[in-house]
Design a protein around this ligand. Structure first.
Ligand code: SF4
Length: 374
C-alpha cells in the first residue's frame, strides 16, 4: 500500500480526523514549530500532519489505531489508504537537569530524529498582537508551563548529548524568538551552538531573522552551525505587511542580501527559508520568489499554512491541495536541476522535510514516480 506525493499533499493540507483521540493520548504541543500536528512514520518518510485544528474536522481523511494499537490506519472517507506508526516518546524526555528542569522543556523531538529547540521563547514582535506575526504562537507554550523562557547553552548541550546517545537524533534545529538587539538572535545562537558542539558532534541548523550585519554568518559557522534558516513566511510586501507587520519592517531587500551573504558562508542549499503557502501570496508570487531563491542557492521550503488555535489566524482557511500540488510539481524539478535537494543538505527543516510534501516531489523527479511506502 503506497501513498503518492499527491495524496500526502492532500492529507497535509486537510489534516486527519481522529476517530478515537483519547486512546491515542493526543495533546497539542503549542509553541513555534508545527504545533497542531502529529508525526506519522511511513516507512520511507516521516510527515507532520495537522490533527488538532477546527478545519481538520471537515477532512475526508481519518485515522484510528489498529486492533493491537501498534499502527495507525488512515482512511479516505471509508477506504483504507495507508498505515503508519507514530514515533514513541523519546527516552531523553524522562531526564531532568541538575536544577530540576525536565529535558522536554528545553528541546523536543520533531519528526522522528530531529532535536528542536526555541532558544528564546519570547519575541519582541509578539508583545503587541497587532504587530506580531498573526500565525505565531511562540509565547503560548511558555504561558502553559510547557517550556522555559531562555534555554542556556549548558542546558542545550546536556539535552543534545542525551538525545543523541539515547534516541539517536541526527540533527539539531535551534530557532529563536527575536530579541531587541540588532543581531536579531544570532548572538544567542552562536553561544548555544558553540556549547552543543563542544559536547556532541551533531549537525546544527540555526534559524533567525537576518541580523543587522553579515559578519554574524561567519560567527555562526565558526561556532559550529552547519546551516542557516531565515524565514520569509510570506513573499509579497502586501501579505507581509498584512500578516506580519512587525517582521515586515525588515525589508525583503535585506532578506535577499542576507541570503546571498549567508550562501557564501554556508554553501548552496545550506541556507533555507520557510514560505507558508496559504497566507495570501498568489501561486505566481510563490513560484517567482522560490525560483529567485533557488538561483541564489537558497532552498525555499514551501509549507502549507496550518492555523493554530488561539492565534489571530485560527480561522484562516488552509490552502487547497491542488495549489500545493501545482507548486510542488514546479519546484521539485527546479530543486533537482539546481542540485540542492533535501537529502544533500547538512541540517534543517528542508532536510527533515516532515512539514511539507515537497521532498517527495523532489524524489519523484530524482528516482521516478513517488510512493511514500506505508
Ligand atoms: S520540518 Fe522543521 S518544523 Fe517540521 S518537523 Fe521537521 S524540524 Fe520540525
Amino acid at each position: 500500500m503506497a501513498l503518492s506525493s499527491q495524496q500526502l499533499t492532500q492529507i497535509q493540507t486537510q489534516g486527519l480526523r481522529w476517530v478515537d483521540e483519547k486512546n491515542l493520548g493526543l495533546t497539542r504541543a503549542g509553541g513555534a514549530g508545527p504545533t497542531d500536528h502529529k508525526a506519522f512514520d511511513f516507512v520511507s518518510q516521516t510527515s507532520m500532519i495537522p490533527v488538532f485544528n477546527e478545519q481538520v474536522k471537515r477532512s475526508p481523511f481519518s485515522a484510528k489505531a489498529d486492533a493491537n494499537h501498534e499502527q495507525v490506519l488512515i482512511f479516505e472517507n471509508e477506504k483504507l489508504i495507508a498505515k503508519a506508526a507514530m514515533p514513541g516518546r523519546p527516552k531523553f524526555y524522562e531526564l531532568t537537569t541538575s536544577d530540576g528542569i525536565p529535558y522536554w522543556k528545553i528541546a523536543t523531538l520533531h519528526s522522528k530524529d530531529v532535536l528542536a529547540t526555541t532558544v528564546l521563547q519570547e519575541c519582541v514582535r509578539y508583545r503587541n498582537r497587532d504587530t506580531s506575526c498573526q500565525f505565531c504562537a511562540i509565547e503560548e507554550s511558555l504561558k502553559n508551563g510547557k517550556t522555559i523562557a531562555h534555554k542556556t547553552p549548558e542546558q542545550l548541550a546536556e539535552v543534545a548529548r542525551a538525545a543523541v546517545e539515547l534516541d539517536g537524533v541526527t540533527q539539531m534545529i535551534m530557532t529563536t524568538g527575536t530579541p531587541k538587539t540588532l543581531d536579531r538572535g544570532a548572538a544567542v545562537l552562536v553561544e548555544s551552538a558553540r556549547a552543543v558542539r563542544a559536547l556532541v558532534d551533531i549537525p546544527i541548523q540555526a534559524q533567525c531573522e537576518p541580523p543587522d550585519d553579515d559578519v554574524w554568518f561567519q560567527r555562526l559557522k565558526d561556532a559550529g552551525v552547519d546551516a542557516l534558516g531565515m524565514h520569509l513566511e510570506a513573499v509579497s510586501e502586501r501579505v507581509r505587511k498584512n500578516i506580519m507587520p512587525g517582521k515586515a519592517t525588515v525589508p525583503l531587500s535585506r532578506y535577499m542580501s542576507a541570503f546571498k551573504a549567508a550562501v557564501a558562508v554556508f554553501g548552496r542549499g545550506n541556507v533555507s527559508t520557510y514560505i507558508l503557502a496559504g497566507l495570501g501570496d498568489t501561486e505566481g508570487e510563490i513560484i517567482a520568489m522560490s525560483k529567485q531563491l533557488i538561483e541564489l542557492g537558497v532552498y525555499p521550503f514551501v509549507v502549507p499554512f496550518v492555523p493554530v488555535a488561539g492565534t489571530p489566524l485560527e480561522h484562516h482557511p488552509m490552502p487547497s491541495a491542488e495549489m500545493l500540488d501545482r507548486l510542488f510539481r514546479e519546484l521539485g524539478p527546479a530543486l533537482v536541476r539546481a542540485g540542492i535537494q533535501s537529502d544533500s543538505l547538512k541540517a534543517g527543516c528542508a532536510k527533515c522535510g516532515a512539514c511539507s510534501s515537497l521532498k517527495s516531489y523532489e524524489q519523484e523527479v530524482a528516482h521516478g514516480p513517488a510512493a511514500v511506502c506505508v
